[in-house]
Ligand binder design. Structure first.
Ligand SMILES: Cc1cc2nc3c(=O)[nH]c(=O)nc-3n(C[C@H](O)[C@H](O)[C@H](O)COP(=O)(O)OP(=O)(O)OC[C@H]3O[C@@H](n4cnc5c(N)ncnc54)[C@H](O)[C@@H]3O)c2cc1C
Length: 112
């Protein structure tokens, strides 16, 4: 998606790690971010989309009610194993939770 967005003529792509949102009296006006080489910048915009994933530090301050994390996924990669039915995902209805197995490369199976 980033590649596609960057290919548009009216898009200028800037990449960095957002340190904080710029909050002006309860309205988000942009972000403060740091580039790979440590330079700090501010970017302002009429719309800021916070999409920094499930471990977001930024969203916490925006959510009301507060973010609740009622469950989690645990994953591991099994190397050089076979599943009973090749080319199929597998769901094991176990207790206390279902377990998924699916191939992600010729030598790796993901287990969640
Ligand atoms: C092992 C595993 C398997 C999965 N399998 C599937 C599947 O088969 N099908 C499916 O639909 N979903 C699957 N999911 C879930 C799916 O990956 C997530 O739901 C989805 O990626 C969430 O997208 P997102 O854009 O919200 O966050 P993310 O994909 O986590 O993207 C967030 C981005 O924000 C960046 N970021 C974080 N903090 C900052 C910051 N301060 N400044 C700048 N950038 C920042 C991160 O580097 C990341 O690139 C799986 C998840 C896992 C962990």
């Amino acid at each position: 998606m980033r590649e596609k967005a960057a290919s548009l003529l009216n898009v200028k792509l800037e990449e960095g790690t957002v340190a904080s949102l710029i909050d002006l009296k309860g309205t988000i006006k942009g972000v403060q971010y740091k580039t790979k080489n440590g330079q700090e910048f501010i970017a302002c915009a009429p719309l800021t989309i916070v999409c920094d994933g499930c471990f977001s530090n930024l969203r916490r301050s925006l959510c009301n009610p507060k973010v609740d994390i009622p469950s989690c996924f645990v994953a591991l990669i099994l190397e050089n194993c076979e599943l009973p039915y090749p080319n199929h995902g597998h769901v094991v209805l176990a207790d206390p939770s279902p377990i998924l197995f699916y191939r992600i490369s010729s030598s790796e199976i993901r287990c969640l």
